[in-house]
Design a protein around this ligand. Structure first.
Ligand SMILES: CC(C)(COP(=O)(O)OP(=O)(O)OC[C@H]1O[C@@H](n2cnc3c(N)ncnc32)[C@H](O)[C@@H]1OP(=O)(O)O)[C@@H](O)C(=O)NCCC(=O)NCCS
Length: 174
């Protein structure tokens, strides 16, 4: 998938270091270990995506299928470089993840969002609006669960999502 110099594709282990380096510039996202992004770019590559422009990683979605919720994909992190924001890239990456073979039978997109993260809330609400499905918000991981000061992480649950069209189900960002 490519336009305006942007291409979206399945992550490769070689992308992990680039994602890890990009995180401070993205801001608002916890920077996990480089090893965690290696897991993302290998074990969870079928439910994650990277966006590149000019050979540089400018965005990513880290997603996985929670074993306890087999009909869902959980979006653990979504980030867009400041230089690529406001162009619809965040929304396109969510669409891209849902179109991947690893999400073929997904009915719900779930995520947690801090109540003060307006951009993130707007991104998920816009995704639900485009798909014309409810976006429910409820308790997720409340602040006291964290060992250090941390805002509440409220749960977002979007769906039920329609089964992919024949065309979408053949999308394959490899
Ligand atoms: C959240 C983020 C990924 C959005 O990326 P983006 O590519 O700019 O988003 P899009 O252009 O696809 O916009 C999606 C929707 O969000 C809205 N939006 C984007 N940034 C916004 C902001 N700062 N404030 C309010 N709304 C915003 C857009 O208007 C659009 O809604 P619309 O379709 O109703 O117009 C990006 O701001 C980011 O990386 N933030 C820091 C990391 C983060 O907080 N990630 C989320 C938590 S996991």
């Amino acid at each position: 998938m490519s336009d305006l110099g942007l291409s979206l594709r399945r992550p490769r282990p070689e992308d992990a270091a680039a994602i890890w380096r990009l995180l401070p510039a993205i801001g608002g996202l916890e920077r996990n270990t480089a090893y965690a992004y290696l897991l993302l770019c290998s074990h969870f590559a079928d439910t994650s995506i990277v966006a590149e422009r000019g050979g540089e990683v400018v965005g990513f979605v880290a997603g996985y299928r929670p074993p306890t919720q087999p009909d869902a994909v959980f979006v653990w992190q979504v980030g867009v470089a400041p230089s690529a924001r406001g162009e619809g890239l965040g929304g396109r990456m969510l669409d891209g993840v849902l179109a991947m073979p690893g999400c073929r039978d997904v009915r719900y997109l779930t995520a947690t969002v801090s109540p003060d993260n307006e951009a993130s809330l707007a991104l998920f609400r816009a995704f639900a609006r485009r798909r014309q499905v409810p976006c429910e918000e409820g308790p997720g991981f409340p602040a006291p669960l964290f060992p250090e000061p941390h805002p509440d992480e409220n749960l977002i649950r979007i769906g039920p999502l329609a089964a992919p069209s024949r065309k979408e189900s053949h999308a394959d960002h490899r």
